[in-house]
Design a protein around this ligand. Structure first.
Ligand code: ADP
Ligand code: MG
Length: 266
């Protein structure tokens, strides 16, 4: 063949913020689902020991027996642990309870910051996007995500302390860029849990836009009870209630992400 086409390779996006409860997992699940709905092949890696992304996608405990912990420890490959979901185009590498001990166990390992990157290397051709759902901490797990990623998407909750700690995250990204992963970019900021009845939400959104400029997505994810109900049904909100404001927002976000990714590549 005369084809010299570059092998397609996944874009890896870490969804990170060391604060808990800001919408990382919700964004990972629903952005992934929305991207899969546009016929992209998407992998979610659940890198949080709490396993909320796995639960929220209806992955039962038995299917998590081999999980991302074993990948990080070098006992399994990503493809050994990947589970295809009911959602066409969406695959998950689940988390497991052992993951909470991984940080300490990895201390003596070679290239302990590169474990996930090395594991991903063999799997990138199978996917268009890999979304990594990070734990609520800037620990070695999150460091593995940042070293393995091309880009970081940061959800910020529209509440008073939204920007608190964000300089620490930005500095961490900068350090990872210098020490391990020069190509890492801040892909974007997504405002979550916006409450239109609350003036504070407007104020916070304006402050975040002042601070981060056009890194902030135009799409804002509203606070919507359907979004919070969906995980208990083991479903992304897009399958639980396709017409609710939360679903619409995540579809909108996906199209903005795709546009931004196209612009970054050209
Ligand atoms: P994180 O992964 O950053 O800890 P989650 O995505 O788990 O945050 O969200 C924290 C909680 O807020 C969860 O109970 C989730 O269902 C809820 N939640 C997230 N986004 C929304 C939203 N847009 N509207 C209502 N509830 C939300
Ligand atoms: Mg989470």
């Amino acid at each position: 063949s005369t084809s010299s086409a570059v092998t397609p390779t996944a874009r890896v996006i870490a969804i990170a913020n060391q604060k808990g409860g800001v919408g990382k997992t919700t964004t990972a699940i629903n952005l992934a689902t929305a991207l899969a709905a546009t016929r992209r092949n998407v992998l979610i890696i659940d890198l949080d020991p709490q396993g909320n992304a796995s639960t929220g996608l209806g992955i039962d405990r038995a299917s998590r027996a081999t999980n991302i912990y074993h990948v990080l420890m070098g006992e399994a490959s990503l493809s050994d642990t990947a589970i295809t979901t009911d959602i066409p185009g969406l695959t998950v590498v689940p988390s497991g309870v052992d993951l909470s001990g991984a940080e300490i166990e990895l201390i003596d390992f070679d290239r302990r910051e590169h474990r996930l990157r090395d594991a991903l290397a063999g799997s990138l051709e199978s996917f268009d996007y890999v979304l990594i759902d990070c734990p609520p901490s800037l620990n070695l797990l999150t460091l593995n995500a940042l070293v393995g990623a091309d880009a970081v998407l940061v959800p910020l909750q529209c509440e008073f302390f939204a920007l608190e700690g964000i300089s620490h995250l930005v500095k961490t990204i900068e350090r990872v860029r210098q020490a391990f992963n020069p190509g890492l970019v801040l892909q974007g900021i997504i405002l979550t849990m916006f409450d239109k009845r609350n003036n504070l939400s407007d104020q916070v959104a304006a402050d975040v836009r002042d601070f981060f400029g056009d890194k902030v997505y135009n799409t804002v994810i509203p606070r919507n009870v359907r979004v919070s109900e969906a995980p208990s049904h083991g479903k992304p909100v897009l399958l639980y209630d396709m017409k609710c404001s939360g679903s619409e927002a995540y579809l909108h976000l996906a199209s903005e992400v795709l546009k931004r990714e196209r612009d970054l590549r050209t």
